[in-house]
Design a protein around this ligand. Structure first.
Ligand SMILES: [Zn+2]
Length: 290
């Protein structure tokens, strides 16, 4: 899509100014906020920069951990050159199961003219699963969004902060978040935003790992932990305690706080016990107006 086409698409989707919440209008070479006059345009990576002017000031001490800092660099590189764990077919079956399953469901329920918004889109792994006309990918990393845009030129990519989402209230009907909620420190604030932008009849699809259960702990102890230690000299437990700041129970609890219905399925064994599964997928709905 050209920048002009993307401008129309963004306005149709209900894009807002990230700083003041004002409506955006088409202007020459940009979208312009009605209220604060901030201008938005695609940068040279063809990504829209919607990071707020006022960056959140807090940076907690435990995120300054040396292993964690090292890991965030590795992580970004891996998103860019595709996850090395996807190289083995067996591991791919596990790590991309959520993309496959939710991909199929979304494809079934989305109409041709409807838009899918993905939070934490990364390099566009979900788009590898199915073709879609109107797709908007959000992420906090400009680098990985550049990859998404290269791999899927018809997708629209927006760099955001995660806490605030640049859309009008009740504007989005299909919202998806894969392996993202477990990372977000301000989970409640984030979900409040998700709920705000979701239409009454909209759906919020999610996938989270069964963090906090034995399967995940043992997997890390026996496989990913030693691998990461060998390859990058990083302590995986130290890193993941921070990276997956929300375990599955906490995420599910907050989903229940914010949504009137939370449909979930455990995978690969559909008995709802954390310790024998590796992932939980499902969708949430806003309360129906009566
Ligand atoms: Zn504004």
């Amino acid at each position: 899509m050209s920048e002009e086409e993307e401008k129309d698409f963004l306005i149709r989707t209900g894009i807002n100014c990230i700083d003041c919440g004002g409506a955006l209008k088409k202007a020459p070479n940009c979208l312009k906020c009605n209220k604060c006059k901030r201008k938005y345009s695609r940068n040279k990576l063809k990504v829209w920069d919607f990071t707020p002017k006022q960056k959140p000031a807090i940076y907690l001490d435990f995120y300054k951990n040396e292993d964690y800092q090292k890991w965030t660099k590795v992580f970004e590189e891996q998103e860019i050159y595709d996850w090395s764990i996807y190289n083995s077919k067996f591991k791919r079956v596990f790590s991309k199961a959520g993309h496959r399953i939710l991909g199929r469901r979304i494809k079934r329920s989305i109409k041709d003219d409807e838009t899918l918004v993905e939070i934490g889109a990364g390099g566009g792994a979900l788009l590898d699963e199915f073709k879609i006309n109107n797709y908007l990918g959000l992420d906090t990393s400009m680098k990985v969004l550049a990859v998404l845009k290269k791999r899927h030129p018809n997708a629209t990519a927006i760099c955001v902060s995660g806490r605030k989402l640049p859309f009008q209230s009740s504007s989005i009907i299909h919202l998806v978040s894969l392996h993202t909620l477990e990372h977000i420190y301000h989970l409640a604030e984030h979900l409040q935003e998700v709920k705000r932008i979701l239409k009454q009849n909209g759906k919020f699809y999610f996938v989270i790992p069964t963090e906090g259960g034995w399967a995940f702990y043992l997997g890390r102890l026996l496989f990913t932990g030693p691998h990461v230690r060998r390859k990058y000299k990083i302590n995986a437990h130290e890193v993941m305690a921070r990276e997956h700041i929300n375990d599955a129970r906490r995420v599910l609890k907050f989903l229940r706080f914010y949504f009137s219905s939370v449909k979930k399925t455990f995978w690969p064994i559909s008995i709802p016990i954390l310790s024998i599964n590796v992932m939980i997928y499902g969708f949430c709905k806003n309360k129906k107006e009566t």
